[in-house]
Design a protein around this ligand. Structure first.
Ligand code: FE
Ligand code: FE
Ligand code: ZN
Length: 276
């Protein structure tokens, strides 16, 4: 069994997100901690958060996978952009503690010509300033497609970040099926081999969550264009093997497919069928 859900809108508050997930058939969900393009986050309403926590308990939800804004680039070339990103990270981590023990996922960033090594240094530096021994949140680095100068296109780059972070017991990885495929990992013909590689380089105990997406492009294309489940180059059979893989059971799976509510309801129901 896995937990399955999608990205829900956070504009109506925390309990509303939980209800939305249930309405679509989900038992986990993802949400943006603030406007995906950045900006200020809303104040936390503790009563609202607590209502979500009880709803999650009553309905046996899996862990939530909050998502940082796409604009949060901890390894930007410009110092003011890095500072802006770091402030966002610090504020998000404080806010995540209202939802104890869940996941906070972010895109490692784009090194914009400085090189992956400089990129992982900046990212680890920011994490070292803000990960705390007593935080309950596990921070997830997302596997990236390798579009442009994205850091995290290989398992080795993610390992590099983890190695440079002191409190790396607070770090995990979110495995995005579209991204790893686009990055050149052949999860269609050799899922076991890719997971073995992940295990050797990072360790499967770090794999905490999955972004379940099909891809519009071929393996190694470095494009990052998500497709509906079963309608892309990865295809239904391969994604079914991901969902039912023994190494991935119990984890939250988040759909980031181009769908409306009806489409998500259909995909979630289909994935529940696969689990039977
Ligand atoms: Fe992402
Ligand atoms: Fe993703
Ligand atoms: Zn993507």
């Amino acid at each position: 069994m896995i937990h399955i859900g999608n990205h829900v809108s956070s504009s109506a508050g925390f309990l509303a997100m939980g209800n939305k997930a249930l309405e679509l058939g989900g038992d986990t969900f993802a949400f943006f901690t603030r406007n995906p393009r950045g900006g200020k986050a809303k104040d936390i309403d503790e009563h609202d958060v607590n209502e979500l926590l009880s709803l999650m308990k009553e309905n046996n939800f899996g862990l939530l996978v909050a998502h940082a804004p796409y604009t949060m680039n901890l390894c930007a070339a410009k110092e003011d952009i890095r500072e802006f990103a770091e402030n966002m990270l610090a504020d998000d981590l404080d806010r995540m503690e209202y939802l104890p023990g869940n996941y906070y996922n972010f895109h490692p960033g784009s090194h914009v010509g400085q090189g992956a090594e400089a990129g992982t240094d900046f990212i680890a530096g920011a994490l070292n300033r803000h990960l705390k021994a007593d935080q309950t949140t596990t921070v997830l680095l997302e596997t990236m497609a390798g579009k442009g100068s994205e850091v995290g296109r290989t398992f080795e780059e993610l390992r590099d970040i983890i190695d440079k972070v002191d409190h790396n017991e607070k770090l995990g990885v979110c495995f995005d099926t579209c991204h790893v495929w686009d990055a050149g990992y052949d999860i269609v013909n050799d899922l076991d081999g890719v997971l073995e590689d992940f295990d050797h380089v990072i360790g499967l105990d770090r794999l905490k969550a999955v972004h379940l997406n099909d891809s519009m492009n071929t393996c190694g294309s470095h494009k990052d264009r998500h497709q509906k489940i079963g309608q892309g180059e990865i295809g239904e059979e391969a994604l079914r093997r991901v969902v039912t893989h023994p190494a991935l059971q119990g984890k939250p799976f988040i759909l980031e497919t181009p769908n409306d509510d009806k489409g998500y309801t259909r995909e979630i129901a289909m994935i529940r069928e696969w689990m039977k």
